[in-house]
Design a protein around this ligand. Structure first.
Ligand code: AMP
Length: 285
């Protein structure tokens, strides 16, 4: 286990990173909202492998929660997170307060157009403000830590696509690294929000990944056939998706077929109190 340095302000973070900077070491950043699970741990492990200094940020970002969402009840356990981060190879645990991230009079936002008004950003659903909140805080974290590498999970596929686009468009020097989704043995994608699930809901929630697998194995039936197969699996578990869509994985335009370009099949569904998301990328035949 490494010794973790806890820092809460931007000047302290910069000071903690100064020696690494001076000696040209590789700095890796893993942004999280805490309540760490094996998905986060996999990002930390990858960061450990590829970086000399690993920074994990813990910030439950109010700007990416919509009205009526679970900001107040979002699971938090900083003490446990600190232990897990240490075990998983973090060197610096950056846990700023919200006044540090959003000082009085905060009025600047980063918005990626085009990719953010579908799926989780659909104004009729979670609202486009969600991704504005994500890209603003990620841009800030990149400016604060100035990492060489920044790690995200494929579990939040749209977020990864949006952040990659932002980093390219705004010339952030960090390389965006996206890692595979870590799952429970029954296929449920790990998520801090799984903590909301009651035992029977937890069982039903496994249908989300089974539905994505059904879509993958129904490729020959075309996009509509694949989505129908997935919908059937969800219906059997009495899950009504908020969305279940097939979109090209590079530009998130609606997919017409599985020929030619990788297709992202993405789903969001409420199970009990938890809003869960998951996805699969179907490679062309
Ligand atoms: P969060 O704390 O939920 O904001 O997630 C922090 C990072 O962990 C994001 O880049 C997520 O995509 C990633 N992540 C969350 N769940 C998983 C998972 N099951 N597998 C891999 N990465 C994940």
């Amino acid at each position: 286990m490494t010794t973790v340095q806890v820092v809460r302000t931007v000047p302290d973070l910069r000071e903690a990173l100064a020696p690494a900077r001076r000696s040209g070491q590789v700095v890796g950043l893993v942004p999280t909202m805490g309540f760490l699970h094996e998905g986060h741990v996999s990002l930390l492990a990858a960061a450990r492998e590829r970086s000399d200094v690993v920074v994990m940020s813990l910030f439950v970002n109010p700007a990416q929660f919509g009205e009526g969402e679970d900001l107040d009840s979002y699971p938090r356990d900083e003490e446990r997170d600190l232990l897990k981060a240490a075990e998983s190879g973090a060197d610096i645990f950056f846990a700023p307060g919200s006044g540090e991230v959003y000082p009085d009079g905060f009025s600047t936002h980063v918005e990626v157009e085009g990719l953010t008004d579908v799926l989780c950003g659909d104004p009729a659903r979670r609202g486009s403000g969600h991704f504005r909140g994500v890209t603003t805080v990620v841009a800030k974290l990149l400016n604060m830590a100035d990492p060489d590498l920044v790690f995200f999970g494929q579990k939040d596929a749209q977020q990864a696509i949006v952040v990659r686009r932002m980093a390219r468009d705004l010339d952030f020097r960090a390389e965006v690294v996206v890692l595979p989704t870590v799952r429970e043995p029954d296929g449920l994608a790990l998520s801090s929000r799984n903590a909301y699930l009651e035992p029977t809901e937890r069982e039903r929630a496994a249908a989300i990944n089974r539905a994505l697998e059904a879509a993958g194995s129904s490729m020959p039936a075309g996009v509509d056939g694949a989505l129908d197969a997935a919908r059937t699996v969800l219906a059997e578990a009495e899950i009504e998706p908020e969305y279940l869509e097939a979109r090209y994985a590079d530009d998130l335009q609606p997919a017409q077929s599985f020929n030619g370009r990788p297709v992202l099949v993405a789903v969001a569904a409420r199970v009990g109190r938890a809003r869960l998301i998951d996805n699969v990328v179907i490679e062309p035949e």
